[in-house]
Design a protein around this ligand. Sequence first.
Ligand code: C5P
Length: 237
Amino acid sequence: MRSELTKAPRLVVALDFPSPQAALSLANQLDPARCRVKVGKELFCRGGPAIVEHLAGRGFAVFVDLKFHDIPNTVAGACRALADSGAWMLNVHALGGSAMVAAAREALEGVSRRPLLTAVTVLTSHDQDTLAEVGIQGSPDEAVSRLAGVAARGGADGVVCSAREAAMLRDERGGDFVLVTPGIRPAGGDSGDQKRTMTPADAIEAGADYLVVGRPITKAPDPLAALVALQAEIPTA
Ligand code: C5P
């Protein structure tokens, strides 16, 4: 049985800013009770573990989205190191294979307040053509389904996927498998480079647990107003 309590708040604000100062100036206006935050590659490369520690210290559940993909031993060491920063969630690429995912999972055993481990299936910027370009045959759905199996075999808590695949994965993987969905756009919003987008309400309806939203908030003329509007699109029941 999935715990509704562990899912709130469901909105994860991607702090995709070029400097820690810019990220913190938005984070300082956010309430950890109302949203989680995501530190991605750009911010981590500028701010390092200190930015994660700072945000966690302010009470935020921090998803550190570095999408590790390397040999199992290297990924295990990176996950162990990242866990020390107080991350709530970290991730790897399922394309690294189940042995790599298992090494990541094992590295997190024994960590006090173990971060959730998720695996990226197919980037939400990919479609059938871009998958074919890198040699992945079949539809995005087939690739996502196969890679979610890799993640599950490796012991990941769940996957990062497009909300468009959430219903399929919820069906295939059951209620406890965590589904994190980027590519969320407000109703009527611009999709940018994301190819498989969905509105917050539709993503929740499809079975997503956590909704990652970046540019619709960070590039908005009034980021706080954009955040509040997106929160209003998330069903609370
Ligand atoms: O600005 P936007 O809402 O498109 O940002 C989505 C965020 O989610 C970005 O930080 C991106 O790196 C991340 N992400 C993604 N697709 C994945 C995994 C993470 O877009 N499969």
